[in-house]
Design a protein. Structure first.
Length: 334
């Protein structure tokens, strides 16, 4: 699908980054069954990126932004001014931005308070995707209770839209979009992610995924059909780090001269998986933004590269030793 083919009501990026010729690896992708078109690289504030560099990322073509107003808010707040410029009520580019926000308070009774905090801080008309955050193994029932709010939270003429209108006044954008357009969840438990990934109450699934932690591939990604326009959107996070350390650092025992993936390679690894729409990044500055965009423009990793990176990840987690790997499966860059 080409960006120019999308109907005017669909959010479009302001900058079109050309896709590679004869490539099925698109920089811009439909976010599952939503009507949002997103850059495959998303930008979160976890790296403490400045507002100036957040605006730079938008100018370079990144249009998916992720913001937390409660947990780790002090880190994310450095990008708040930029989001107010891009998404605030007076913004001229709001329709070109996909704003995803998260609350880590997994309690339906505090949903309104969390939403009000975000509207007050960012001075916005609406949120594109509101995530329930950090859904772990012990959160099954509380998450189920939260999801029951979906019909009241999302879309035009919802209960929460009318409440937001009473606090902030009615605007054309709020009236058209609703206070929250879509509902997402950030899962730290793959069993729950698998269980809820096809729920009509949930539009976007966000899961941890990297070459050392690959359970999302079997439990979520590979259970979805890329041809199914009604599948949920899929966002990955934690692409570059593991409890075994930074994944761009070579694991112990890796033979000298073997391919040591860069941070953009680690993003490409997640984006090469089935049905992954966005890889959320914690980029810290414009140099990292440029490197990430240049990296993903190289396209999908080959099956041989993915096989090698799987081995690399297993070495990082001490699941394998180099002696277990046949030499022909190792990659030595030219």
């Amino acid at each position: 699908m080409q960006i120019t083919d999308i109907a005017p009501s669909v959010i479009k990026p302001a900058v079109k980054i050309p896709d590679l010729p004869d490539s099925d690896f698109s920089f811009y992708r439909p976010l599952g069954r939503t009507d949002l078109t997103v850059s495959c690289l998303g930008l979160g504030g976890g790296g403490g990126i400045s507002s100036q560099d957040t605006l730079y990322a938008f100018d370079q073509g990144i249009n998916y932004f992720f913001y937390s107003s409660d947990l780790h808010h002090h880190i994310y707040s450095s990008m708040a001014d930029a989001l107010r410029q891009l998404c605030g009520r007076k913004s001229s580019v709001r329709e070109n931005v996909v704003l995803a926000t998260v609350t880590y308070m997994k309690n339906p009774e505090v949903a309104l308070a969390a939403l009000l905090d975000q509207f007050v801080e960012l001075k916005i008309d609406y949120i594109d995707v509101l995530f329930w955050g950090w859904i772990g193994a012990n959160d099954g029932q509380s998450f189920k209770n939260c999801l029951q709010l979906s019909p009241d939270l999302r879309g035009a003429n919802s209960v929460y839209q009318r409440t937001i209108e009473r606090f902030f006044g009615i605007s054309e954008r709020l009236k058209k979009m609703g206070a929250v357009r879509y509902i997402g969840a950030s899962f730290h438990d793959m069993n729950l992610a698998q269980q809820w990934s096809n729920s009509p109450l949930l539009d976007v699934v966000m899961v941890r995924h990297n070459l050392a932690h690959r359970s999302a591939q079997n439990q979520v990604f590979n259970r979805l059909d890329i041809r199914d326009h009604n599948r949920p959107g899929v966002v990955t996070f934690k692409s570059t780090g593991s409890h075994s350390g930074a994944l761009w650092d070579a694991p112990a025992g890796l033979p000298e001269g073997c391919w040591q993936p860069s941070v953009p390679d680690l993003y490409r690894y997640s984006l090469s998986q089935n049905c992954v729409d966005v890889c959320l990044t914690g980029l810290r500055c414009r140099e990292e933004i440029d490197a990430a965009i240049s990296g993903v423009q190289k396209g999908k990793l080959t099956p041989e590269e993915i096989d090698y990176l799987n081995l690399y990840g297993d070495l990082h987690r001490h699941r394998l030793s180099v002696s277990d790997i046949s030499p022909e499966r190792l990659i030595y860059p030219d």
